[in-house]
Design a protein around this ligand. Structure first.
Ligand code: G4P
Length: 548
C-alpha cells in the first residue's frame, strides 16, 4: 500500500532552539555502554561497583546466587537483591556529572544474538579480562561485535589481587588475538597478595589502597602520592618499587601512544588494571571512562524511497529511535513482549505520537505501549543514548525505526554468524503450516535464524543460533503461541560464514554444507574452526564474512 504521509522539510520538523539546547546538554551528559566479558571474569562484580561508586548502593554486598544466575538476565537478580530499578535490558543512574546507561549483555548460558545486537546500541564498551586468563573465547566473539561498528573499547584487567599472567604478555595477547593496539593508561603496583594500588601513567599519580574489611563491600581508603615520593613509602618493598619503575620505563619507551582519535575509531584500547572485588583501581577506571567514552553521536540512516544516506544528528533532528532487542514472555499472562529501543535523536515525551517507518503508520507511545524503564517512576522524558522499553503487541521487529521526523530508517542490524545448528520438526506432521508460520515470525523478530538446505528444497527449514537458549525459547514459543510441539536435533556444525564470490570456482571442504539464509544469501556451515580457516585459505578470491 502506498504511503501518504504529509511532506515536511527537515527544518520545519526540527525542535525549537530552547529544546535543542536542552537536548544538547542532556546528550553531552550521557554515556551509553556495555560491559563485556567471558563468564566469571568479573562483569557482574564491576557493574555492582559502578553502582557503589555512583552512590546507588551504600554497600556492595555480594550478589547472592551467582552460580544459579537468573536465566533472563544477570541484572534481574541484581534488581531483586537490591530493590533498585533496572530494566531487563538497561540500567540508568548518575555517576558524578554524567548519566550512565549500562546495557545488559548476558554472556553466560543464555548467550544469544540479542547480546550481539545489544552491543550495537552502545556508544562504547568496557571489556573485562581476567588477569590470569587473558583473552578468552566469549570475549573474542563479543569483541568482534564491537569491531563491526568500530565501537571504542576500554579494557579493564581484573582480579589483580590474584596471581596473574605476565602483564606485557597479556597486552600482546590483546593485540594479537583481537587485532587492536593497546595502551595501558594506568599500571598496577604489585600483583596478587602484593597488589597495593595503581599508577596513573600520565600524571604519575599513585593511588595506594588500604583494605577496609568487608571483602570489597565498601570503598577502600586511598592515599594519593606522586611517583617521585614513592621511594620513601613504607608499605611497599624496594623490589616492588624497582619493578614498577622498570616497567614504566619500558612502557614509555616501547609502548603504543594513545590518542583519543584512535580510541574513538576503535583502533586502540586504553587499558586499566584493578580488582573489582576489593575496589582497587575501580574509581580511576570509572573516572577515566567518563572522560574518554563518547557521548551519543550521529548515526547513519537511509532516506525512505531514495538512495540517499542521511546522517542523523542527535540534537538537530527530531525524536528517533530503533528497536535493538525484543524480549518475549516478560509477563507470562500476556503474549506480548517488550521492545527495547535506543533513542538516537531528539527528545522522547510521554504520549508522543511517532511514525512507525516499516508499518507506515502513526502510533502513540502511551498506555498500550507503556514504558517499562522503571515501574517505580514513569518516564516523562528521555534523550539520545537512553533506552526505552515499550510493550510490543506485535508492532515491532528487530531493527524497526520510529521517528517524529522525516522519513528515514536506521540501517538494518547485522546478522551474526550462527554457531549452533539444528533441525526442528513438529511431533505431529499435520502441523507443518503452523510450524512454518511460527518459525517465519520468530526469524523475523530475530529470535532465531532460519536456514534452508540449498540442495534439498522440500526439506524442513533448519535453524541457526548463537546460543542454545535461542532453541529453548523457540521450542517454548512454538508450543505456546502456535500450538506445535517440536523435536530439535542438533547438527554437527560449529561455525559458519556468509560466502561472496563466484560459487562455480569455490573449493568447498568435503565436510562443509551449503545453506541459504532467510534472505537467500549463501551461508557455509563448517564442522570446526580448522575447516573454516582451511576454506578461507583455499579460496583467496572469495569473501567469508562472520556477519551480514
Ligand atoms: P561475571 O559476571 O563476569 O560472570 O563474573 P562475576 O562478577 O560473577 O565474578 C565471577 C567470580 O569472580 C565471583 O566469584 C567473583 O566474586 C569473583 N571476582 C570478581 N572480581 C574479582 C576480583 O577482582 N578478584 C577476585 N579475587 N575475585 C573476583 P564466585 O566465587 O563465583 O562468586 P561469589 O561467591 O564471590 O559471589
Amino acid at each position: 500500500m502506498p504511503l501518504h504521509w504529509p511532506f515536511f522539510t527537515r527544518d520545519l520538523l526540527s525542535p525549537s532552539s530552547a529544546i535543542k539546547a536542552e537536548i544538547a546538554t542532556e546528550t553531552k551528559k550521557r554515556r551509553t555502554f556495555a560491559i563485556i566479558s567471558h563468564p566469571d571474569a568479573g562483569k557482574t562484580t564491576l557493574t555492582e561497583k559502578l553502582l557503589l561508586y555512583s552512590g546507588m548502593l551504600r554497600t556492595a554486598g555480594m550478589v547472592g546466587g551467582r552460580k544459579g544466575k537468573a536465566a533472563a538476565s544477570d541484572w534481574m537478580s541484581l534488581e531483586q537483591e537490591r530493590g533498585i530499578s533496572i530494566t531487563a535490558s538497561a540500567m540508568q543512574f548518575s555517576y558524578k556529572d554524567t548519566i550512565v546507561n549500562v546495557l545488559d549483555t548476558p554472556g553466560h548460558q543464555d548467550f544469544s544474538e540479542d547480546t550481539y545486537r545489544t552491543i550495537t546500541a552502545a556508544d562504547s564498551v568496557i571489556m573485562v579480562l581476567d588477569a590470569a586468563k587473558g583473552v578468552e573465547a566469549q570475549t573474542r566473539k563479543l569483541f568482534e561485535a564491537c569491531r563491526i561498528r568500530s565501537i571504542p573499547v576500554i579494557t579493564f584487567v581484573n582480579k589483580m589481587d590474584l596471581p596473574n599472567k605476565d602483564l606485557l604478555d597479556l597486552l600482546s595477547e590483546v593485540e594479537e588475538v583481537l587485532g587492536i593496539q593497546s595502551c595501558p593508561l594506568n599500571w598496577p603496583i604489585g600483583g596478587g597478595k602484593e597488589f597495593k594500588g595503581i599508577l596513573n601513567r600520565k600524571n604519575k599519580e599513585i593511588h595506594l589502597y588500604t583494605r577496609t574489611g568487608g571483602a570489597g563491600s565498601s570503598i577502600p581508603d586511598v592515599e594519593v602520592l606522586h611517583l617521585d615520593s614513592l621511594v620513601e613509602h613504607h608499605s611497599l618493598s624496594s623490589e616492588v618499587i624497582e619493578n614498577l619503575k622498570e616497567e614504566i620505563e619500558l612502557l614509555d619507551e616501547a609502548g603504543n601512544t594513545f590518542t583519543q582519535e584512535d580510541f574513538l575509531a576503535g583502533k586502540i584500547t586504553p587499558v586499566f588494571f584493578g580488582s573489582a572485588m576489593i575496589n582497587y583501581g575501580v574509581e580511576p577506571l570509572f573516572d577515566a571512562f567518563i572522560d574518554l567514552a563518547p557521548c551519543p553521536s550521529s548515526r547513519p540512516a537511509d532516506e525512505k524511497d531514495s538512495e540517499n544516506e542521511l546522517i542523523i544528528d542527535p540534537v538537530e533532528e527530531p525524536f528517533s529511535a530503533y528497536v535493538f532487542k525484543l524480549q518475549a514472555n516478560m509477563n507470562p499472562r500476556h503474549r506480548d513482549c517488550v521492545a527495547f529501543l535506543r533513542i538516537n535523536s531528539g527528545r522522547y515525551e510521554k504520549e508522543q505520537q511517532v511514525k512507525h517507518m516499516r508499518l507506515g503508520k502513526k502510533i502513540r507511545l502511551s498506555r498500550p505501549h507503556s514504558l517499562q524503564v522503571s515501574q517505580r517512576n514513569t518516564l516523562e522524558k528521555a534523550y539520545p543514548g537512553d533506552i526505552i522499553g515499550i510493550i510490543n503487541s506485535g508492532h515491532f521487529k528487530i531493527g524497526d525505526t520510529i521517528t517524529t521526523g522525516t522519513n528515514f530508517t536506521y540501517k538494518p542490524l547485522p546478522m551474526f554468524q550462527p554457531e549452533i545448528f539444528a533441525s526442528v520438526r513438529p511431533l505431529d506432521m499435520g502441523k507443518r503450516k503452523a510450524i512454518d508460520k511460527g518459525m517465519e515470525q520468530l526469524a523475523a523478530e530475530g529470535a532465531i535464524q532460519m536456514i534452508f538446505d540449498a540442495e534439498n528444497d522440500g526439506a524442513f527449514p533448519l535453524v541457526g543460533a548463537v546460543g542454545w537458549l535461542q532453541f529453548e525459547v523457540l521450542q517454548y514459543r512454538l508450543k505456546d503461541e502456535y500450538g506445535v510441539k517440536t523435536e530439535v536435533n542438533k547438527l554437527p556444525y560449529t561455525c559458519s560464514a556468509w560466502v561472496f564470490g563466484d560459487m562455480a570456482t569455490l573449493k568447498k571442504p568435503t565436510g562443509a554444507k551449503f545453506v541459504k539464509d532467510q534472505y537467500e544469501r549463501l551461508l557455509l556451515l563448517f564442522s570446526d574452526q580448522w575447516e573454516k580457516n582451511y576454506a578461507i585459505r583455499e579460496n583467496p578470491d572469495h569473501e567469508f564474512r562472520n556477519f551480514a
